[in-house]
Unconditional design. Sequence first.
Length: 454
Amino acid sequence: MGMLAHAGAELVSSAEEAEVIVVNTCSFIESAQQESVNTILEMARLKSGKARKLVVAGCLVERFREEIQKNIPEVDAVVGTGELESILAAAGIESVVPDQTIDSPFRILTSRPEGDARAASGRFSRDNWDGAIADLPNYLYDEATPRVLATPKYSAYIKIAEGCDHPCGFCIIPQLRGKFRSRRFESVIAEAERLARSGVREITLIGQDTTCYGEDFGLKDGLALLLEKLAAIDELRWVRFLYAYPNKITQRLLDTIAGHEKICSYMDVPLQHASSAVLKRMKRGGSAEIFLRTIEKMRRTIPNVTLRTSFIVGFPGETEKDFEELCSFVKEAEFDWMGTFSYSDQEGATAFSLDEKISSREIERRRKHLMHIQKGISRRTKKNLRGREFEVLLEGPSEESDLLLEGRSAMHAPEIDGKLYIADVPEGLIPSPGEFYRCQITETHDYDVVARIV
């Protein structure tokens, strides 16, 4: 979006108004692939109107490049995850910014030794993918790359790394995104400072694995160092990060979170399972006992830490005993937020060739049962919040009712956690989205809470 806008294109609010439509796709699991295809077909119908170009971008292109072009003739161009600089040509747009060109908006970085070792073992192979180009994506945007903020003006994501070297058997992200590579330390800080000057008050750091940040250029505890620097930016109020790999959570990282008020006491650690047998088959490692020790350390070091995780049920070979072990673990761990995904077979992932596949009906039964357990835990832990006060970032009117406002506490990451509704505002106060207000929890439900501004 930034590159197109920089070249003189005007972004419009609805697809019906657009002359060029770009569909950015996902290919992580089958449901995401289907959603992407449905959107492409929906947008293709608009070519009978104002639209003259339809561009498909992102991960689905890496996976099904030739099939998209062959089966959907309305698509004029495809842009893979490593080809972002070609978006202008794909959209048929020439830069109209005088004396300025976007020669190379990305810095090509080398990977770390672990990535090279994984490559030698075939981790990034996509030989059986029709039309996949030989070169893996290897770009990484920096602070000089044009950008349009797609979030509300007070909140922004910053991608601090790209790609992944982990061998997880259920995942094709390494083949879609390439080897792990970190942005330069100074680049992230520069972007954060610029966003803060423009009015951003909350920054969320993201990457396929944020806890490996800096390893590829020899930085030890790089994420902790980065968080400390970001916490020193005066205009920022909240800093958080997502997707912590469980065996990369160091004591230094926990101490850094605990020691800075601006760093949200929030840990998103996708554990994927708790049975050591399943984790071994997933090529992740770990066990319920190891994870419980890690959780105890997090809670001991960071008072009132909010813990989020996600699990996969129905992985090939997951026995009823394995599933029961996962259920027992969830009961004991008592996560604040939890998501459960049904295993999805993906050609190109090592799990695709495993035997002992589980029926979709049984997978769905297990998913519902695990979420039922979590629902009871969430109802009980949310009930304990009644009467407590929190700083809340107001987001605006609720979609549920004109009588309610919505906001988020530090316990709520953008878009993925439960809702915080505000039902009572002091007389004479006109709440403003993007501002912080002290709120008291007055009512709780299974996942959502209701509060009043005090």
